[in-house]
Design a protein around this ligand. Sequence first.
Ligand SMILES: C[S@@+](CC[C@H](N)C(=O)[O-])C[C@H]1O[C@@H](n2cnc3c(N)ncnc32)[C@H](O)[C@@H]1O
Length: 303
Amino acid sequence: MNFQTWEIEDRLRLMGKYFDLDALLAKDTDNGAVEQYYRKSDFFYKLVLSRGGRAIHMGISEDGSYHKDDYLGQARFVGTLLDRPSMSVLEVGAGRLFNTRYLAEEFPGCHFTALDLPNRKFLKNRAPSNVQLIEGDYNDLSIFPENSFDVVFGVETICYAESKEHVFKEIHRVLKPGGRLVVFDGYEPKPQEEMTELEHRASAVAFAAMCVTQNDNYLGNIRKYLEASYSKVEITDITRKVRPTLRRLDRICSYYFMHPWLIRFSKKFFPADANLNSIAGWLMFLTADGDNINQYDRIVAVK
Ligand SMILES: C[S@@+](CC[C@H](N)C(=O)[O-])C[C@H]1O[C@@H](n2cnc3c(N)ncnc32)[C@H](O)[C@@H]1O
């Protein structure tokens, strides 16, 4: 057994004293559950993850240390693809509009559409004039005609889809020929049959704690789905770049789990869904190992 395995085992054991992990694994992850999870967790993302900001995703660090503007990494990458005026861009699962707002301000000549579930007053977000807000589900993009967008992107959101294949097909339909899909998400680099029981449980618990489905997370299948309809698919493992954000979360969650009074206090005064985030925050620095349990990838696919 190596250090990672011991540590994961110890942490799961300790978490199990305070949270029913089997009940967590059996929880629904349908749209209703996801909506509730974000209603209860947005304040956690604001205060703990993005330190007062609106990002609901990992920062991308270029120098191995955590900086607050690492959260712009995904949007900046999408910006490198906006090389013509008047391009049309769709962000699926836009959350609190962190990425689209940045891009809309940087590229005032482009038109942006931001879509998220009808939840936490999404349409009330203040947005620049070149942004259209739409409440909806990316599993059904039939409100958009074929060939509508030059770029469609999703940051840590398509992980919620039960069938990633279906979502990639929906996006393919609304992309213009030559248009690009960009995804940033966490995956399992090995098929579940090749994972040890502990690896599988750790990955499943970390996903479940963020209300993410435990199904269809194998990266090999993601590549297969994309290569079936997109002409060029580039998958880049950038796990190393999100580890500074994960290390920071790990420290915060270590403090939480080392202080039983804090857990009791937090469980008493904060919603259950918000408390569950501590589980993901305390596992992911260990499970995001790149080639064994979880990997964080940037995907670019061309229609
Ligand atoms: C981790 S947050 C990321 C938010 C945003 N992309 C960001 O980077 O800050 C995931 C978002 O995906 C949204 N989401 C999950 N399932 C969805 C679906 N089926 N259709 C549209 N949005 C969805 C959630 O409501 C949530 O806002």
